[in-house]
Design a binder for this molecule. Structure first.
Ligand code: AMP
Length: 426
């Protein structure tokens, strides 16, 4: 199927051609007709699946077809998204897709002065992309009205709740007209998100694409067992290889991210950090420099990196394993975007083995072990592949005379694969 097979108007077809899009992704194929028919939509999809175009294209078409005069301070469509980066990305997508249409859009988010945003809203807009905090802020200052919203999109609902935006959303919903077209997107559907969806959507059509396990399959995933104190040395060792050209490193905490950036800079590696404590300017600068290649290593926390759309990330390194398996899938999904191949490397200590187990269970994949690295930690590896008792026994056996000579090359670790088996799928 091609985009030309979808019932999209000529100005949108032209814009897609300009952007070099030919084939719609599964969510685009399924969601675009449903939205054009006016149904509410529940989309279960994560970033990287093409979901932004899946909702932006039909919205633009609906707005362009029912051209009504814009009213001061009133958006016709509200797209609510959790982070500034996502808001900017969605807005960039809108600019791309609407270039042959006469529609007006704006983006508002916190962390920057409000002057330009207020000015953009003054004459009314067809589409407003917003983060919840700034939206409420400008609403309360009466720079914005929400009573003319025709289409409401809640993007990344699960992340919204993770980030504590539920109260904001609950305050925003009653401000919207009761009769409206609703689109709701979430990567996962835990019960809290389901409850939120059922409070917003009216007899929605559900579109679900590529569960996380499938998305992760096209990424070459490996794990390196290493002691905590050797992780930085391992990272520096890996960075000697220039094929690690654009590397996204994930940390659990902001201060950890700052610390790694400092250490990399000291060692002459061009690195920058991106996390919630950085100013909007600093975050955008880091992203731009990473995009342009000036910065080789971007060190990020989950929230800052969620939905980052940067082409050509060669490697995602989980310096610390995430505590939730879904975060792992989101993290590694920053590479291998739009069909490209990508690599991910996880650093795993003995203490992190339960996170590794959870990830493998969730993705239904065993992650291949790379032992051929100078900081390979046998203890971490053994702890990660056996229960604690068995691990002890295995280590003791190795220490006995006549036991195996080199743990890194022995027994189950042969062929760089856990249990000596190729990575199992399914
Ligand atoms: P998203 O999941 O919306 O964040 O999109 C991921 C990336 O894929 C973005 O860079 C889009 O510009 C790109 N993209 C989306 N749909 C298509 C398509 N049908 N063909 C090619 N690239 C696309």
């Amino acid at each position: 199927m091609k985009f030309t097979d979808l019932p999209l108007v000529a100005p949108l077809q032209m814009a897609l051609k300009d952007a070099g899009y030919e084939t719609p992704t599964p969510i685009q194929r399924e969601a675009i007709p449903v939205i054009l028919e006016g149904h509410d939509l529940l989309g279960v999809a994560q970033t990287g699946t093409g979901k932004t175009a899946a909702f932006c294209l039909p919205i633009l078409q609906i707005l362009a077809k029912n051209h009504i005069r814009r009213e001061p301070k009133c958006p016709r469509t509200l797209i609510l998204t959790p982070t500034r980066e996502l808001a900017i990305q969605i807005h960039q997508n809108l600019v791309t897709y609407s270039r042959h249409l006469k529609l007006k859009h704006a983006v508002i988010f916190g962390g920057v002065g409000q002057g330009n945003q207020v000015r953009d809203l003054a004459g009314g807009v067809d589409v407003l992309v917003a983060t919840p905090g700034r939206l409420m802020d400008l609403f309360q200052q009466k720079y914005l009205r929400l009573d003319k919203i025709e289409i409401f999109v809640l993007d990344e609902a699960d992340r919204m709740l993770d980030m504590g935006f539920i109260q904001d959303i609950k305050r925003i919903l009653p401000l919207l007209p009761k009769k409206r077209h609703n689109l709701f997107f979430s990567a996962t559907m835990p019960s809290e998100v389901q409850r939120l969806a059922s409070g917003i959507l009216t007899t929605p059509q559900k579109v679900e694409v590529t569960p996380p396990a499938t998305t992760a399959e096209k990424i070459d995933q490996t794990v390196m067992f290493v002691d905590k104190s050797k992780k930085l040395d391992l990272l520096l060792h890996l960075l000697k290889d220039r094929t690690l050209s654009r590397v996204l490193v994930f940390m659990q905490m902001k201060h950890g991210a700052n610390r790694i950036v400092e250490k990399l800079l000291k060692q002459g590696v061009n690195a920058a950090g991106i996390h919630g404590d950085k100013s909007q300017g600093a975050r955008q600068r880091a992203l731009e420099e990473f995009r342009s290649g000036k910065v080789r290593v971007l060190v990020a926390t989950d929230i800052a990196a969620r939905g980052l759309d940067i082409d050509g990330i060669s490697h995602v390194i989980n310096f610390e394993l995430p505590h939730l398996p879904d975060s792992y899938v989101h993290r590694i999904g920053r590479t291998a975007r739009a069909g490209a191949e990508g690599k991910s490397i996880a650093f795993c200590t003995a203490e992190e083995k339960s996170f590794l187990f959870a990830i493998e269970k969730n993705t239904r994949q065993k992650i291949a072990v790379i032992e051929d690295q100078p900081y390979h930690s046998v203890e971490s590896a053994v702890a990660a592949v056996t229960s604690v008792g068995k691990a002890k026994a295995a280590i003791e056996k190795r220490q006995r005379p006549g036991g195996s000579d080199g743990p890194a090359r022995s027994g189950r670790f042969k062929k760089n694969r856990r249990f000596g088996k190729p990575a199992a799928k399914g």
